[in-house]
Each structure stands twice: as structure tokens, then as C-alpha cells.
Design a protein around this ligand. Structure first.
Ligand SMILES: *Cc1c(COP(=O)(O)O)cnc(C)c1O
Length: 406
């Protein structure tokens, strides 16, 4: 018998419009501000800088473009080294390659899942000994959780190396009361379709360095010299955000705090319903930090849980629910084979452990309680019946000591 699933697919993180976006889009149409740049772009930039407390912001076509601009502004070129978090989406590191530079990947630590200050310190010491310090450090705030910024900033300052904070996933998060994305020389946000707010596609580069952001605007519009004819003394990019998309961004930013609240509530519901299950460990929120909980992430200890991440992902997929493993660390990516990697300690490789045992649950701010219960029940069912490891072999009786927890 084929079971037909009449319920709709639940996505990992789908766009969530407020309705106000249309006002800005319509206004762009009415005033014919269809072409790149225009009042929505400038307003969106101003509002983002104000929201995060940075001096300046430049709206661009993607988060990846923002990282690329940051590396260009720091004049990173062929032969330069750049340290980068390993446990992240590949977009964090691709711009290093665009610049012809060499990435070196840094492991995570268990408290935030982000860049390990231990590993970073070791990487710097080695680089100093080799007389080849990195030109920048790209720090990622995974799934909305800030990295240990005090420690990381202090190490980078010691060597006078600038930080690019990849806050693509952490808009709306704070570390000791200060907005995520404002800890380095540059901060990067993404408005890709699955991020906490979206412009359908887009990004933002922020900084307190006003001159640098001015230069970013110049580089992002083909580096056109101020001359009546088309004159160029630099190689630039076509990276600006369009006025229509910026309009979507303004309206989305207006509901960002609500979106953060909703995602934190999604996390809370999962935690209430699944947090007590043996072997289920949710991604921590470091003391004095506030995570937007972009995605609810957890690790499964297979021994304790009697179920593996693979089992759970399969069960969810069969119920038309989109869940994902944790990012595959960049040092394990085929394209980065042979790239140097610094583990958390000599015998602890945190990012690989998180990859092996970690998963992300659907976390959209537009999910209903019904959606949440469908996911939670699917997981509970799998935990109860799905593993087959606790069978009483002698009698063929199915025994599972999980019942008491459900
Ligand atoms: C989404 C994301 C990016 C890239 O953003 P795009 O807007 O998709 O280019 C970069 N880094 C991280 C950690 C991301 O999650």
C-alpha cells in the first residue's frame, strides 16, 4: 500500500514575507526606480547600520560578494594566507580562492561550535614562526550563535590581523549586548532565501571604517573613476543590490525582531519536547550571548539515543520534512584536500564530531505549532520504534527502554 502524504512539505527555512514588502516594490515601480541603486538601497543601508550600530553599510548582491569585497579592501592577493572557520558553508571561504589567496582552516570549540581560540592561537604561533602571518581571519557565527569574540579579537589584535565577521547567519544576534557582525574590521550579512530575513538574494557589508565602505561602493560598481567618460584605474565588480530587492529588505528588517522571537520559540518548542531524550544535545547558547537561533541544531549520541542522525534524517525525509546534517567542515571538502587545518587540540577534532553527530531541524519563523508537532512526533516515533538495536534477540520481542521518556 502506498501512503499518500496529504500534508504539505515542511522546509528547513523558507522565506517569510510580512506583506509590507509590496509597498516598497510598488513604489519602485511607480517611480521607475527599477535600475540598480535608488532610494530603497540607501534607506536599507542606513537602517541596517543603525540596527547593528555600525557607521556604514553597503548593500550588495549576496553575502558571498560582501566577503569578496572585504578581502579586496584588505588587499588580499595571491600568496597571502587567510584563516577561516572550518565548520561553515563554503561561501565563507570561496572568496579567499577568488583572490588567489590560501585558506587555512580553524576548528570549532564545543561551547559555541564556532572558531576555537585554542586552534587559532596555535595557527598564529606557527604562522609567526614561519614568518608568514595571515592577512585576515574570517570568523563565522554558526546558526546564529556568536563565536567567542573576546578571545578571538584579543588573539587577532595581538598579531594586528583584521577580522572579517561572517554574520550571514547571525543578523539579530548579540554578544555581550553588542550586535553580531560588528566585532571585526568588516561584518557580513546575507539575505539569501533561507536566511532569517531575505531579499530573495542579497548581502550587506558593514564597517565603522567609512572610507573603506565608500571604496566598497566604488569597487562594487565596476570601479568607475569620477570622469564623464568610462574610465577605470582598478578592477571592480558588479555587486550592487537592486532598488527593488532593497525594498524587500527594508520591510523585512522591520520585522526582524519578530522573526528572531519566532525562531527562538521554535528552538524552545524542540527543546521542551526533545531536550530530555537520552543522547539529544542541543546547540548551546553561550553565556552573555543572544542567538537568533536561525536554525535549531543538535547532536545525537547514537549509543545513548539508540538512533542515529542518519536514521532521523531518513525518517523526516520520508515524512516530507526537510532536515539537514550540520555543515560538512571545509577541511573535509574534496576541493580543499590538502589545505592546512588546526584542530581544537591534539586529540579533539570538534568540527568533525559535530559533522558526524549533528543535524539541523526545520526552523522557519512561519512554521505552525502543527508543523512543529509533526516533526517532533516523527522524531519521537523513530526514537521509539525505529532503531531495532534494543531487541531482545532470544524471544524476538521488541524491547525499547525509550518509552519512559516519550
Ligand atoms: C549564506 C551564507 C553565506 C553566503 O551568503 P549568500 O548571500 O548566499 O552569498 C556565507 N556564509 C555563511 C556562513 C552563510 O550561511
Amino acid at each position: 500500500m502506498t501512503i499518500i502524504n496529504t500534508e504539505k512539505r515542511i522546509f528547513l527555512s523558507s522565506p517569510h514575507m510580512s506583506g509590507n514588502e509590496l509597498t516598497y516594490i510598488n513604489n519602485a515601480f511607480e517611480t521607475n526606480w527599477i535600475a540598480p541603486l535608488g532610494p530603497n538601497v540607501y534607506q536599507f543601508e542606513k537602517e541596517i547600520s543603525k540596527y547593528v550600530g555600525a557607521n556604514e553599510a553597503v548593500a550588495v548582491s549576496s553575502g558571498t560578494a560582501a566577503i569578496h569585497l572585504a578581502l579586496s579592501l584588505l588587499e588580499i592577493k595571491k600568496g597571502d594566507k587567510v584563516f577561516c572557520s572550518s565548520l561553515t558553508f563554503i561561501a565563507s571561504a570561496n572568496p579567499i580562492i577568488y583572490q588567489g589567496a590560501e585558506p587555512i582552516f580553524i576548528d570549532s570549540e564545543p561551547d559555541t561550535w564556532n572558531m576555537s581560540p585554542n586552534a587559532l592561537d596555535k595557527a598564529f604561533k606557527d604562522a609567526l614562526n614561519e614568518g608568514n602571518l595571515p592577512k585576515a581571519v574570517i570568523v563565522v557565527n554558526l546558526y546564529g550563535q556568536s563565536a567567542k569574540m573576546d578571545e578571538i579579537v584579543s588573539i587577532c589584535n595581538q598579531y594586528n590581523v583584521p577580522i572579517i565577521e561572517d554574520a550571514a547567519e547571525s543578523l539579530g544576534s548579540t554578544y555581550k549586548g553588542k550586535a553580531s557582525g560588528t566585532f571585526g574590521e568588516f561584518g557580513v550579512f546575507s539575505f539569501n532565501g533561507n536566511k532569517i530575513i531575505t531579499t530573495s538574494g542579497g548581502g550587506m557589508l558593514v564597517s565603522n571604517n567609512i572610507a573603506a565602505i565608500k571604496k566598497a561602493r566604488f569597487l562594487a560598481t565596476q570601479a568607475r573613476d569620477p570622469a564623464p567618460h568610462y574610465q577605470h584605474s582598478n578592477i571592480g565588480f558588479n555587486y550592487r543590490m537592486s532598488n527593488i530587492l532593497a525594498g524587500i529588505g527594508i520591510a523585512q528588517l522591520g520585522v526582524l525582531n519578530e522573526r528572531v522571537k519566532a525562531r527562538r520559540n521554535v528552538f524552545k518548542r524542540y527543546y521542551q519536547e526533545l531536550g530530555h531524550l537520552p543522547g539529544f544535545y542541543f546547540m548551546p547558547e553561550l553565556e552573555n550571548t543572544f542567538s537568533n537561533r536561525w536554525l535549531t541544531a543538535l547532536t545525537i549520541n547514537e549509543e545513548e539515543a539508540c538512533v542515529s542522525v542518519e536514521d532521523l534524517l531518513k525518517a523526516l525525509a520520508e515524512s516530507d520534512i526537510e532536515a539537514r546534517p550540520v555543515w560538512k567542515p571545509l577541511h573535509l571538502q574534496p576541493i580543499f584536500q590538502g589545505v592546512k587545518f588546526y584542530p581544537h587540540s591534539e586529540n579533539e577534532n570538534i568540527s568533525e564530531d559535530l559533522f558526524k553527530n549533528g543535524m539541523c531541524l526545520p526552523s522557519g519563523s512561519n512554521m505552525t505549532e502543527n508543523d512543529l508537532m509533526r516533526i517532533i512526533n516523527c522524531i519521537k516515533e523513530r526514537v521509539l520504534f525505529g532503531n531495532g538495536r534494543k531487541t531482545d534477540d532470544k524471544n524476538g520481542v521488541y524491547v525499547n527502554d525509550r518509552t519512559q521518556y516519550i
